[in-house]
Design a protein around this ligand. Structure first.
Ligand SMILES: Cc1cc2nc3c(=O)[nH]c(=O)nc-3n(C[C@H](O)[C@H](O)[C@H](O)COP(=O)(O)OP(=O)(O)OC[C@H]3O[C@@H](n4cnc5c(N)ncnc54)[C@H](O)[C@@H]3O)c2cc1C
Length: 385
């Protein structure tokens, strides 16, 4: 660390991405003490509580695997009266308990003398200069060599959004099949792309989510009415207890942020509002795990400011073309997802959806899509880019 700086690195936001980065930094600082990155994480919250359910297909190990509470090897997708069941013996769909995740992240950082997590403080101004960055918080000002910025930013109008509300409910009778996740159960006669998601935690407990892909979020009563109707009609329920609720708005931009084109080389935007989230799926957790590990490895390998993109150019291109398709043909979304899950072997599709695709997986996905429509969207995308 130079004499003129307080920290080598400041991370703005100690949420999922910030704590993952903090975890890897605390470990790497011990392994590479000669190149220690003294780090401050600024986080406004007072304390951590369970606030989200993170699910993903588990392609590899992460340091947070102890926070995985459930695993499923089978999932379904339903549209227009048809249901397809997918299975994978090797790649389960897993659920991470966010309370446990925060505990693991905090414990690793608490055990480090080079990474500091400062709660109840938030960044108010971030001013880049030629040699570093000044970060002003509510309480203090700091000078640092570089910043990883995971703060949320406003989503521009017109961007496709994945917006959802979920209720974790408990019932008096056995209702759910704990062996199978309902990934997408498309609503009939929806005006936008609308489906339900059911994560069965036991025969009497499940997270039920109503999810829309559109440019406008809805009011709370609409989401509540949708879940209520679904519980009544799909499961014949008249009574349940809501144990936990969550909601989210995830940007699905056609042109996802490009880290190689960031305004300041010393400020690297990461997380849900940068390139970490996969725009065509809304999954962010598995990508943050891979990106944070690689980002920290790069810090110790390349002393200069180096930003590690979450995905390849090919994957970005597929996302862009797919989102363009969803925007132009929302009424065909269910049919296309069903087609993908039916025609592409399960492990190839989950690799594709998780940015772990092999060349043959891309070919399989392309063969499963309606060629003329996708070629048209690809040409339009190339024309606009
Ligand atoms: C309810 C919900 C469920 C989700 N489920 C899944 C899922 O199943 N699978 C999946 O892959 N993804 C899921 N996601 C998407 C994504 O994984 C999460 O949103 C994840 O938390 C994003 O991580 P992040 O670090 O970008 O943002 P966050 O975890 O939100 O962290 C950002 C942090 O920045 C802090 N902050 C805000 N302002 C400032 C400031 N001025 N200065 C400093 N810090 C600031 C915030 O307090 C926050 O802690 C879900 C999202 C939501 C909302």
């Amino acid at each position: 660390m130079s004499d003129a700086t307080d920290f080598d690195l400041i991370i703005l936001g100690g949420g999922m991405t910030g704590l993952t980065l903090g975890y890897h930094l605390s470990r790497s600082n011990v392994l590479h003490a000669e190149n220690e990155q003294r780090t401050l994480i600024l986080e406004p919250r007072n304390n951590y509580t369970r606030d989200k359910t993170w699910c993903y297909w588990q392609h590899g190990a992460t340091p947070f695997d102890e926070a995985i509470s459930h695993k499923w090897h089978r999932w379904t997708i339903s549209c227009n009266g048809q249901t397809h069941v997918s299975e994978s013996a090797t790649t389960p769909y897993v659920r991470v308990d966010s309370a446990k995740f925060y505990e693991i992240g905090q414990a690793a950082i608490a055990g480090s003398d080079s990474v500091t997590l400062r709660l109840r403080d938030s960044a108010t101004k971030v001013l880049p200069s030629k040699n570093g960055v000044s970060v002003h918080s509510q309480r203090e000002a700091f000078q640092t060599c570089r910043v990883f910025d995971t703060r949320p930013t406003p989503i521009p109008k017109g961007v496709l959004l994945q917006h959802f509300v979920g209720w974790e409910i408990e019932t008096e009778v056995d209702v759910f099949d704990p062996s199978t996740v309902t990934l997408m159960d498309f609503a009939l006669e929806a005006e936008d792309i609308h489906f339900f998601y059911v994560l069965p935690l036991s025969t009497r407990r499940a997270l039920i989510e109503t999810t829309h892909f559109s440019t406008q979020v809805l009011d709370e009563t609409t989401y509540a009415a949708e879940i209520t109707d679904y519980l009544q009609q799909r499961f014949g329920l008249s009574q349940w207890r809501i144990k936990h609720q969550e909601k989210g708005v995830i940007p699905m931009p056609r042109q996802a942020p490009d880290l190689s084109d960031r305004p300041h080389s010393r400020i690297v935007p990461l997380g849900l509002h940068s390139d970490t989230v996969k725009p065509s799926t809304g999954y962010c957790y598995p990508h943050a795990q891979v990106q944070a590990r690689r980002q920290v490895e790069a810090l110790f390998s390349y002393p200069g400011s180096h930003a590690i993109a979450a995905r390849s150019r090919l994957s970005r291109w597929f996302d862009a073309v797919f989102i363009r398709f969803l925007e132009q043909h929302p009424q065909r979304a269910g049919e296309i997802f069903l087609r993908l899950f039916k025609q592409v072997p399960s492990d190839a599709l989950t690799r594709f959806l998780s940015d772990e695709a092999k060349p043959a997986d891309y070919v399989r996905v392309m063969l499963a899509l309606p060629k003329s429509t996708f070629i048209l969207q690809a040409v339009r995308h190339a024309w606009d880019s």
